[in-house]
Design a protein around this ligand. Sequence first.
Ligand SMILES: CC(C)(COP(=O)(O)OP(=O)(O)OC[C@H]1O[C@@H](n2cnc3c(N)ncnc32)[C@H](O)[C@@H]1OP(=O)(O)O)[C@@H](O)C(=O)NCCC(=O)NCCS
Length: 187
Amino acid sequence: MMKDDTSQFPTIATLVGKEVYLRPMESDDLKTTYGWFLVSDPQIQTCHQVTLTTPEEMAARNKKREQSSDRGDFIMAQKEDHKMVGKLSYFHLNMLNRSAELGYIVAPGDRSRGYAKEGMWLLIRYLFKQLNLNKVYAQTASFNKASIALLESLDFKLDGTLRQHHYYNGDLYDDLLYSLLRFESSF
Ligand SMILES: CC(C)(COP(=O)(O)OP(=O)(O)OC[C@H]1O[C@@H](n2cnc3c(N)ncnc32)[C@H](O)[C@@H]1OP(=O)(O)O)[C@@H](O)C(=O)NCCC(=O)NCCS
């Protein structure tokens, strides 16, 4: 394959990195991504109360989400063999403020290989350059070391702290709000 031949990758061919590419998520992907969410201790990943549902209920909920225009869900896959290794999303898209919130998960067996960093970089570049956003942001639990390290490695800055905002395992923890402004990025 020639280096710049992106024809074998799905529609959003511009979102192709060195090791991974991003493609729009399809309903069939949900079983896999929901499985990652379940085995990754869901309540670590969100401050909202997690009520575990069946994959079918989850699929119905997702159908509604698919129709909303303020979000985009992407599967991150390895270029080499198209294996799914993560899911990256933007949501709360606000074209007035030109901002969106980001969510991210990597398959438990594929972490610490630089995939989230590369995939997030592709997504952020898309949001800044194609959608002309000015700001992307993320909310994470203060005890979620991997998530904080990922955001800081992408040069996100700490906007503020939501004190005692996140219940986990019998205690209340702070949540942190991080953001990256377009002028601070290399895009
Ligand atoms: C957060 C998550 C997406 C990171 O994915 P990943 O592919 O392992 O991250 P990467 O390998 O791209 O690493 C990115 C940076 O974070 C650092 N990092 C990753 N995991 C880390 C950990 N457990 N502890 C400390 N640093 C970590 C890496 O060293 C790297 O920094 P560097 O570029 O300065 O070396 C992954 O741990 C995950 O899916 N967690 C569960 C879902 C979740 O918590 N999502 C966030 C909800 S707010």
